[in-house]
Design a protein around this ligand. Structure first.
Ligand code: NAP
Length: 288
């Protein structure tokens, strides 16, 4: 990026539960940058008006549910990763006022899943025919698929969603390595890496699949986290806790990925890597 942002925001609806302001503001302070990251609750019918204001102030920031797709459409320029994911979660303006979009969920997911998978395999590099199960067929599922295809050459990805049609449509964007399945057990049963990319678990009620379906020793990434149940000792959702207790030690909830995608976004806005420890500790500090 060429222009230091005049404003830094999170666009979503709702946004009050977001942890992004907590760790981004800590990173800004630590880096000595005189900006404040602000969460803006923007309903769908106010996205364009908000973007006009952000263009005038050289605004940059993140995008969360439900605006990642509309932001993709509004951007003048998109990174290759955002193109393939079909969604934008990080944006900024250049000197000419053009709106740029990236998808840092992709490297954020890879940063978290790759070491977890390696650890689950006792440090042995994953095989070329690595099996990955992705539950869900929305924007986060697409980001996960892009990351997996880039990271693990020759991997096979099985998508399961409550709508087979939507899972098929997502699979069709990526070619033969990605297939849609009707039954969740056909995705999860022999997968070495299982990813929850649905919102199930946010309310601590339903689980994306029966944890008993997960193969012994598989790595499990739940993109969901429950803010009120965050703990340094165990993952915060019922599904990820159950997976850890029953089958495997290689389980994380959505917090590590949230921090990782935020660090990649910070790098995009300012050209410098933020302090990961400062960001993480800001989250834990906010819980005291
Ligand atoms: P999305 O585009 O709305 O997609 C959600 C997917 O989950 C869709 O396939 C949807 O199916 C399915 N789904 C929704 N409710 C369901 C239910 N009750 N039962 C079964 N399936 C259901 O959302 P997204 O952007 O992909 O985000 C998914 C989750 O990932 C969210 O909780 C989000 O917060 C989380 N996320 C976390 C991070 C992180 O950094 N930790 C990053 C990105 C996303 P239909 O198409 O049938 O509605």
């Amino acid at each position: 990026m060429t222009t230091v942002p005049g404003r830094l925001v999170l666009l979503g609806h709702p946004v009050e539960q977001s942890l992004s302001p907590t760790f981004q503001n800590a990173a800004l302070r630590h880096a000595g940058l005189p900006l404040r990251y602000q969460a803006l609750d923007v309903p769908a019918d106010r996205v364009d008006e908000t973007l006009r204001g952000l263009r005038a102030t050289r605004g940059a920031g993140n995008v969360t549910i439900p605006h990642k797709r509309v932001m993709f459409e509004r951007c003048d320029r998109r990174t290759d990763v955002a193109e393939r994911a079909g969604a934008v979660n990080t944006f900024w303006h250049d000197d000419e006022g053009r709106l740029h979009g990236d998808n840092t969920d992709v490297p954020g997911f890879a940063d978290v899943a790759a070491p977890l998978l390696l650890a689950s395999r006792g440090g042995v590099t994953p095989p070329t025919a690595l099996r990955v199960a992705v539950l869900g067929a929305g924007g986060a599922a697409a980001a996960t698929v892009v990351a997996a295809l880039d990271r693990w050459e020759g991997c096979e990805i099985r998508l399961w969603s409550r709508s087979l049609e939507r899972a098929r449509a997502l699979a069709a964007r990526f070619g033969g390595a990605v297939g849609a399945v009707l039954r969740v057990e056909d995705a999860v049963g022999d997968a070495a890496l299982v990813v929850n990319a649905t919102p199930l678990g946010m309310l601590d009620d339903e689980m994306p699949c029966d944890p008993l379906l997960i193969r012994d020793g598989a790595a499990v990434v739940d993109l969901v986290y429950r803010r009120e149940a965050l703990s340094r000792r165990r993952p915060s959702t019922a599904w990820s806790r159950a997976a850890r207790e029953r089958r495997t030690a290689w389980v994380v909830d959505g917090l590590p990925m949230l921090l990782a995608q935020g660090a990649h976004a910070f790098q995009r806005w300012f050209g410098v890597t933020p302090d990961a420890t400062v960001m993480r500790e800001a989250v834990w500090g906010s819980r005291r």
